[in-house]
Design a protein around this ligand. Structure first.
Ligand SMILES: Nc1nc2c(ncn2[C@@H]2O[C@H](COP(=O)(O)OP(=O)(O)O)[C@@H](O)[C@H]2O)c(=O)[nH]1
Ligand SMILES: [Mg+2]
Length: 261
């Protein structure tokens, strides 16, 4: 939706405000047309007040809808975007906090991320502003069995022109086996083959410290995830600089997607 000449990230907000104002005007007009004062201009404050008293519940309903709209994430379709995707509890929100201005909740239990939280990054050369999107975790199960949060993640992948940072918890501390995480990854990779893609192996400090729950799976990881997969740890700082570089590359690839809109 395009309103005026405002920058892309304010358009949706403008649209909501425009919708509110237009709906109020429409409401007042329809009340006047329906009553005895059809076509008469609203002449006094008292008349306006009486009109609103009569239609107060409609205005309240409108305010409720406007509030609900305000709480929705604003998809900045023209900003290069990378969505962080993976099983619950693998460290997606921690990575968003590390890499961007976003401050999603981080906790050691699944499905902490209940919506689509966004953080912003400025490109390395300062020429564009980009978005990192946190998404609710996805489990290994058929689509029919998915909860609303998992469906939200699939909707992001299906409808947002974005690159994907797929996060695998190599330590297994997230509660989902590495084998299942790899199956989720290959299913999504097959379903969205054209998306720019980066694999990230998170919590590598735990793997290095010999605390991986599925050491056998970790040993065969290189056969299953392409060689470019990055080992990172938010806790120890391992791989963080490399990750920032790779995110910039992924964003550059995502620029092409937004340019085609
Ligand atoms: N040891 C270690 N723990 C981490 C790392 N990154 C995240 N965690 C922890 O893993 C848990 C889940 O992290 P969170 O970012 O909420 O995962 P999400 O559910 O995928 O968003 C939290 O307790 C984090 O503190 C890491 O690099 N190393
Ligand atoms: Mg989260």
């Amino acid at each position: 939706m395009r309103i005026g000449r405002s920058p892309p990230w304010t358009r949706s907000h403008d649209a909501r405000r425009g919708l509110q104002v237009r709906a109020c005007v429409f409401h007042v007009r329809s009340m006047r047309l329906g009553g005895a004062v059809a076509h008469a201009p609203v002449t006094s404050h008292a008349e306006l007040e009486s009109l609103f008293r009569r239609g107060g519940s409609a205005v309240d309903a409108l305010k409720k809808h406007a509030k609900a709209l305000r709480s929705l994430p604003v998809a900045e379709l023209r900003s290069p975007t990378v969505a962080l995707v993976g099983a619950p509890n693998v460290g997606k929100s921690s990575l968003i906090r590390l890499l961007s201005s976003g401050t999603p909740i981080v906790a050691n239990y699944p499905f902490t991320t209940r919506g689509v939280a966004m953080g912003h990054v400025i490109s390395a050369d300062g020429t564009y502003r980009a978005v990192l999107t946190d998404t609710p975790g996805v489990l290994l199960r058929p689509d029919e069995a998915r909860n609303r949060m998992e469906r939200l993640t699939l909707a992001v992948l299906a409808f947002l022109p974005c690159g994907v940072m797929f996060v695998l918890d190599a330590s297994g501390g997230c509660g989902v086996s590495l084998a299942d995480q790899l199956t989720i990854r290959s299913e999504l990779r097959t379903r969205f083959p054209d998306k720019p893609w980066l694999d990230v192996l998170s919590k590598w400090d735990l793997v290095q410290g010999g605390q991986a729950a599925f050491a056998d799976d970790v040993a065969v990881l290189p056969d299953q995830v392409h060689a470019g997969a990055l080992r990172v740890s938010v806790t120890s700082g391992l791989g963080n600089d490399q990750l920032r570089e790779q995110v910039q590359e992924l964003l550059l690839k995502s620029v092409a997607l937004t340019a085609s809109l």
